[in-house]
Ligand binder design. Structure first.
Ligand code: PFF
Length: 458
């Protein structure tokens, strides 16, 4: 076997992990799901899940990866040999394939938008024109499938080059640029006339809009945005040297993800209200609102091109991590077959993504359980498989790795006070599993069923 891949610096790992986390989850999905699920209340629940469940889980995935220096499936095998725990890794790889198949459809929309903005055809349109244009991009089968293919090819090309060369170098410069552009965008959005209504929609929780479904969505959203539950972070941290500080990496990744979630919300909602869009517009939200905000700016076209390029970059760094976990598991760390496996996986993912790409046009009315293929895949991955994977990882870390070993692992490369460790241990061993099970049962309506029974027979 060839030498195990490694990040070349501390910053390299943080950038790559943050690059995996920050993507469509925080920038595209969170605003539109919050928009249809009560705004501020959804956002607050998402934040609570991110801090109390997501952050401890992130450290857990880091521990599994760094301590074993192995990719998703082998990592569980090496900690718990002769058991079925490696199923968690297999579940992760399978979920990644499905996730990437529809993720790259949205990635394709960005590619399409970027190409159009380069030709100037996105500027100075009326509001309805943006909606119409977006409608065409997503519903035209050739455009949707072609862009989806282009996005997958880009991802495969980067992954076949290996983690260091491919991911680290570009991230160093693109991530800070993304933040700067978001700050410019937020400033413009907040200074639009009538912006305040949007700020209050986004930040003032209205709990009357919260249902058990909203809570499940917020849970899925928290895991989705931090790339948790499918062992992506296990794989990435297996390329980490033993001396790096895990808590510090965790704080950076969680902090940056929360920051970008807030910036995205503050860029979008004030503009939604000021420019006369509807917050409940759904998946098209950022694609129609943001170009309209850029329209209101000096050098708007230039900024729009820059923004789309950075959004594409953020999306690709997440897609890379999804493909990396698949390729790393198939190659078992050997660089000899990396290229072949990257292309083979790319072809499978592309094929699986075709019905998702057609879900906004040709297959719009072919519903399964009332959902399009795209929405069904998204629902299954985000709200079932990611939380399920997260539950299993929490149970694995809380029950299969002795407490002293966990403390030793967390303290390697950083000095963690024992009290803080105990708090983390409590969260991961008890709070996380109980909370996830509770949210699942709640969404299944079990509690209201019991309440009804008690009221009827009690
Ligand atoms: N965190 C990515 C995003 O928010 O766009 C999506 C993602 C990447 C989810 C990798 C899960 C994952 F393992």
């Amino acid at each position: 076997m060839t030498k195990h891949n490694q990040w070349s610096s501390k910053l390299g790992f943080i950038l790559a992990a943050a690059g995996s986390a920050i993507g469509l989850g925080a920038i595209w999905k969170l605003p539109y799901v919050a928009g249809t699920s009560g705004g501020g209340a959804f956002f607050l629940i998402y934040l609570l899940f991110t801090v109390f469940l997501g952050a401890p889980l992130l450290i857990s995935e880091f521990i599994i990866g760094r301590s074993t220096q192995k990719e998703a499936i082998s990592a569980y095998k090496s900690i718990a040999p002769n058991s079925s725990w490696h199923f968690v890794g297999i579940l992760g790889v399978g979920t990644s394939i499905v996730l990437l198949s529809f993720y790259s459809v949205v990635g394709g929309w960005i590619v399409n938008y970027l190409l159009r903005s380069l030709t100037g055809s996105l500027s100075k349109l009326e509001l309805v024109d943006y909606q119409q244009l977006f409608g065409t991009i997503i519903s035209n089968p050739f455009q949707a499938i072609g862009a989806h293919l282009l996005f997958i090819i880009l991802t495969v090309l980067i992954v076949q080059g290996g983690v260091q060369k491919g991911i680290e170098r570009v991230s160093r410069f693109m991530m800070p640029s993304l933040f700067i552009l978001f700050i410019i965008l937020v400033t413009r959005s907040l200074t639009l006339e009538g912006a305040f209504e949007g700020v209050s929609f986004f930040l003032k929780p209205d709990f009357s809009a919260v249902s058990s479904e909203t809570i499940l969505f917020a849970l899925g959203q928290a895991f989705f945005a931090l790339s948790l539950g499918i062992s992506t972070m296990v794989t990435y941290s297996s390329y980490l040297q033993k001396g790096e500080s895990l808590p510090r990496s965790m704080f950076s990744v969680v902090g940056l993800t929360i920051l970008i979630s807030i910036l995205a919300g503050l860029a979008i909602f004030p503009a939604v209200f000021a420019l006369g869009f509807e917050p409940t517009e759904g998946p098209s939200l950022i694609f129609t609102v943001l170009p309209a905000v850029f329209n209101e700016m000096a050098f708007g076209t230039l900024f729009l091109v820059l923004f789309l390029a950075l959004l594409l970059f953020a999306t690709i760094t997440s897609a890379i991590s999804l493909l990396e976990i698949i390729v790393a598991s198939l190659t078992k760390g050997s660089n000899d077959t990396r290229r072949k496996m990257a292309w083979t996986s790319g072809i499978i993912i592309f094929t699986l993504g075709i019905p998702s790409a057609l879900s906004f046009g040709l297959l719009e009315n072919s519903l399964i359980f009332g959902l399009t293929f795209f929405s069904l895949m998204d629902f299954l991955v985000s709200n079932i498989f990611l939380p399920l994977g997260a539950l299993l990882i929490a149970l694995f870390v809380g029950n299969k790795i002795p407490k002293e070993i966990l403390y030793k692992e967390i303290s390697q490369g950083s000095s963690v006070p024992y009290q803080l460790f105990k708090l983390w241990y409590f969260l991961i061993r008890y709070v996380t599993p109980v909370a996830i099970i509770f949210v699942f049962l709640h969404a299944l309506g079990i509690f209201s069923f019991i309440k009804k029974m008690v009221l009827t027979f009690g």
